[in-house]
Write a protein that binds this ligand. Structure first.
Ligand code: MRU
Length: 341
């Protein structure tokens, strides 16, 4: 399994997800501003992974901040990191966790505060891997044996600290001995499916077939899809799911064809403060991601473009939400609340 993100003596090291699969390169972020830039530019991406990066960014920032002005510096660090990407709630969850810890350390020597924040950031990373294994264990029994699993975007080791959420479920199903293969949507415009999911699953020897996004309906109708498993960036209290744009299309196709549609996510992706998915902020990204492929224009100059990075799948399309604490099913208002106690 690849190392997505690590704290080292040189700084926070991450695999550069803008360069995969052609180049396996690592970026070292030496300041919290560099961590923030890496999140914004999607050098690191995927909801749980950007949560880990944000926690490490906070710890790195405090390590380098002027001790005489620590409260103000801490607030500025958190604010910079919080402004990087708006949709994945794990980013805000991780920053809040660091804020709560910082508040509890008031009055301690600055060296101790720094050490405790660094240890917490590393804990966020370690916990994430354990959480993903638990998601895998809970989800694996739901995956039909001898069938294909369709996934959209990359909710794998690269999108987390390791093992993955949706791909964790697939990994766990195979570890149980199930004969499953994967269909990966290419996931335009950033191509997380083609570039990242296929690369990651190839490393593990999991049989994977790449399809373009517009082929999903064709294959869904064929009867070979056992289920769909995707990740999530934010899940509202009613079970509406924000995930990579195109997920909604897949969910509708799945329902139409009687294919179970599962969402795999840690409970840190739940945002029960939002009643429904219409309230989830959707990131709009640069037009160039749509008009260009690898720097080559594929549309005429001056083309009008929309580029929402995520869409919201209404809860009625979701067969189950697989978390580390169990599998929630409709009605989600009740089951999600119960899940987090
Ligand atoms: O824009 P990205 O690549 O950060 O979007 C990622 C996704 O939509 C993933 O499916 C989601 O974050 C879950 S990752 C375990």
């Amino acid at each position: 399994m690849v190392e997505t993100i690590e704290w080292t003596s040189q700084g926070v090291v991450m695999i550069d997800q803008t360069r995969l699969p052609l180049h396996e390169e690592y970026v070292t972020c030496r300041t919290y501003e560099e961590v923030a830039r890496a999140i914004k530019d999607m050098i690191i991406r995927g909801a749980p992974a950007i949560g880990v990066a944000a926690a490490m960014g906070v710890a790195l920032g405090v390590e380098q901040a002027d001790a005489r002005d620590l409260d103000a510096r801490f607030a500025a660090i958190c604010e910079t990191l919080a402004k990087t990407r708006p949709t994945a709630v794990n980013l805000f969850w991780a920053i809040d966790r660091m804020k709560r810890l910082y508040a509890s350390l008031r009055g301690l020597p600055v060296e101790e505060i720094r050490a405790r924040l660094k240890a917490e950031a590393q804990l966020v990373r370690e916990e994430d891997i354990a959480i993903n294994r638990a998601i895998g264990r809970n989800g694996a029994p739901l995956v039909p044996d001898g069938k294909t699993v369709l996934t959209h975007c990359n909710a794998g080791a690269l999108a987390t600290a390791g093992y993955g959420t949706a791909l964790g479920v697939i990994r766990a199903a195979r570890e149980m001995g199930k004969q499953v293969d994967v269909f990966a949507d290419e996931t335009r415009p950033f191509l997380q499916g083609a570039r990242l999911t296929v690369w990651e699953l190839q490393q593990d020897g999991i049989p994977t077939t790449l399809i373009t996004d517009n082929m999903a309906g064709h294959f869904m109708k064929s009867g070979r899809m056992g289920c769909v498993v995707v990740g999530a960036d934010r899940i509202a209290a009613n079970g509406d799911v924000a995930n990579k744009v195109g997920t909604y299309t897949v969910a509708v196709l799945a329902k139409e064809n009687g294919v179970p549609f599962f969402v795999a996510a840690p409970v840190s992706t739940l945002d029960l403060t939002l009643a429904n998915g219409d309230l989830i902020p959707i990131e709009q990204r640069a037009a160039s991601e749509v008009t260009q492929v690898f720097g080559q224009m594929v549309a005429p100059p001056g083309t009008a473009v929309e580029n929402p990075a995520f869409d919201v799948t209404p809860a009625r399309y979701v067969t189950g939400i697989i978390t580390e604490k169990g599998v929630a099913q409709a009605p989600y208002e009740e089951s999600l609340k119960k899940l987090i106690g």
